[in-house]
Design a protein around this ligand. Structure first.
Ligand code: UT7
Length: 315
């Protein structure tokens, strides 16, 4: 039996930082409100001349180096993003060109904040069915480019960044299971409608309703994942969640009876980076030698669509 395993991680955050105090100057908000309601203190923002693919490239190079592979052995590139450089081609094709890799398939996955879990699910299946041996998966978003900085209801949440993993075939798991779902009937609760005039398309969200559905749905996906693997809550070593709101992270940790020191938390410094948040958190946990080989990691995400999903992995 062939399994897939993460053999290298990498991440990238733009230099420019937007603090809550900076936002106080733009919006009717306060550091105190943002901190207590979301857990966010600051977020990273790309420069005007920077693109999503530039962030993806920086994270990908680090993951390739960490995996100690020849980049030409990569036989599939997947980029999970909601903020592609162009309408087409895919950011995955642009990334392939920047990496000077030729010929392997490359495509984007659009599942908003759940994009990395969707991508992991696809990568795992490609490797398990021996359709690929080495997959580069990047979760990357430049959320600042689709944020309406006059809307205090959600502008305070978003940040930019990229996280990447290299997956390879392995005799031992690896990825134990992935679970992905969608419910399109909720599309209007969190979306970026296309404007008919030439103005910027920006995020619209019914935040408090999204919050409630996210907590309930993540509760269910935790049960689904544990049951599928015949595991108990106490078997989980680390929770690496999508970073949407500290209160959502705390609710999932409570559901798992995990103390918060077993949750990788980046939201205070990164904000919500959409598809990038899980691989950014995973890389941070591994680089800090918190997440160790052989440990069991649960990842989960919820986002626009609605989409949601989880992955259970052995490091
Ligand atoms: O990653 C994809 C999935 N996304 C999520 O899961 C996001 C989920 N939603 C959230 O994180 C939260 O709903 C928000 C952080 C967006 C909002 O927090 P909330 O506690 O749900 O606040 P609310 O929208 O219910 O608003 C409560 C009050 C309102 O004032 P009144 O009507 O009670 O007087 C808002 O006008 O807070 C006000 N408010 C703010 N005040 C200061 C809303 N945004 C702000 C703000 N600063 N930025």
């Amino acid at each position: 039996m062939s399994f897939s395993k993460i053999i290298g991680t990498g991440s990238y955050l733009p230099e420019k930082i937007l603090t809550n105090h900076d936002l106080e100057k733009l919006l009717d908000t306060s550091d105190e409100w943002i901190t207590t309601r979301t857990g966010i203190k600051q977020r990273h923002i790309i420069d005007k001349d920077q693109k999503t693919s530039d962030m993806a490239y920086e994270a990908a190079i680090k993951a390739i180096n960490a995996a100690k592979i020849d980049k030409n052995t990569i036989d599939l590139i997947i980029v999970a993003t909601t903020t592609p450089d162009k309408v087409f081609p895919s950011t995955a094709c642009t990334l392939q060109n920047k990496l000077e890799i030729d010929g392997c398939p490359a495509f984007d996955v659009q599942a908003v904040c759940s994009g990395f879990i969707y991508g992991l699910s696809i990568a795992d299946k490609y490797i398990k069915t021996r359709s690929a041996r080495t997959v580069l998966l990047v979760g990357v978003d430049a959320m600042s480019t689709i944020t309406d900085y006059t809307d205090r209801g959600n502008a305070i949440l978003w940040g930019d960044g990229a996280g990447a993993v290299v997956l390879s075939n392995s005799h031992e798991p690896g990825i134990l299971s992935t679970h992905i779902h969608a419910q399109g009937k909720y599309e209007d609760m969190l979306h970026v409608p296309r404007k008919i005039d030439q103005s910027k398309d920006t995020i619209e969200m019914v935040g408090n309703q999204v919050f409630k559905i996210a907590v309930k749905t993540l509760d269910k996906i935790v049960d689904e994942t544990l049951e599928a693997n015949n595991l108990r809550k106490s078997d989980i070593d680390w929770l690496v969640p999508h970073q949407a709101n500290i209160r959502i992270l705390e609710a999932t940790a409570k559901k798992l009876s995990l103390s918060m020191d077993k949750v990788i938390v980046t939201i205070d410094r990164h904000g919500n980076t959409s598809a990038a948040s899980i691989p950014l958190a995973l890389d941070e946990g591994i680089q800090a030698s918190k997440i160790l080989p052989d440990q069991l990691v649960l990842m989960e995400a919820f986002g626009g669509g609605f989409t949601w999903g989880s992955a259970l992995i052995r490091i």
